[in-house]
Design a protein. Structure first.
Length: 252
């Protein structure tokens, strides 16, 4: 424990990444609490994309309609195209990592190998393990189009509640938004000269991908924001672990 403390306190990079990771975790849970106790935010944002329709049978308690953006051919195509952006980024990173491993003595090879490894580990642990294999299977939160507020059969539950009736591939949190958030982490790996050129485009792709999930009724705003942010939380956490390990290795 003392060695861990010394590794964090006496190494500037390890300390900086640890503080950043803790701050990101705090922000994530702060947003979760906000959305949990103010569920009207989620409802209001989803309602802005929901188009009501007349029910075939007169029933004052029934809601009819749908999220029409998801039926638009152009928007559906764009969403499908952007869905593969994280996979393309992952393939590019694997190629870059293999090239760096082939030339371990080149300048900055150790730093580049570490950065590529951190990014790939984050993609695996975030969108795939944490979101799709764990949270989406146990959260039980129905998607907007599945809730009775938006013409679905299931009752609404706020973010962070595990009392819903969704049985599989549930809404909390968004896997696509988590993958889109991972794309933003790639900006950190870009050469300085390319960040002003590619950085804004990556951010636009990341935000549009996430926004589609809300507009299509597939996720609430909280699912998207917390999913997007979850990958950044893991990125900073994994980076902190690598820096702490490096610091401990270099201790006398």
């Amino acid at each position: 424990m003392n060695a861990l403390y010394d590794a964090i306190v006496h190494d500037r990079r390890a300390r900086r990444w640890t503080i950043l990771a803790l701050a990101m975790v705090f922000l994530w849970f702060l947003l979760l609490v906000l959305f949990h106790f103010l569920p009207q935010i989620d409802i209001a944002v989803s309602r802005a994309f929901f188009v009501p329709a007349t029910c075939p049978e007169a029933n004052p308690t029934r809601v009819c309609g749908g999220f029409t953006y998801g039926r638009d051919a152009l928007y559906a195509f764009l969403r499908k195209a952007l869905f593969y952006a994280p996979a393309i980024g992952a393939v590019a990173l694997v190629i870059a990592l293999l090239n760096a491993l082939r030339n371990p003595r080149s300048p900055d090879s150790t730093r580049r190998i570490k950065n590529y490894a951190v990014s790939l580990i984050t993609l695996l642990l975030g969108p795939y393990v944490l979101v799709n294999l764990i949270l989406k299977q146990v959260s039980e939160r129905p998607r907007p189009y599945e809730t009775d507020l938006f013409a679905g059969p299931l009752p609404f539950v706020p973010a962070g509640s595990f009392a819903g009736q969704c049985e599989d591939n549930c809404s909390f949190i968004s896997g696509e938004a988590a993958g889109a958030g991972w794309l933003v982490c790639l900006i950190f790996l870009l050469p300085d000269r390319l960040r002003p050129v590619l950085g804004p485009a990556i951010i636009v792709v990341s935000f549009v991908t996430s926004a589609f999930r809300v507009a299509f009724g597939g996720h609430y705003l909280s699912d998207v924001l917390l999913g997007w942010l979850s990958t950044l939380v893991l990125f900073t956490a994994v980076f902190a672990v690598f820096e702490i390990a490096r610091s401990r290795k270099n201790q006398p």
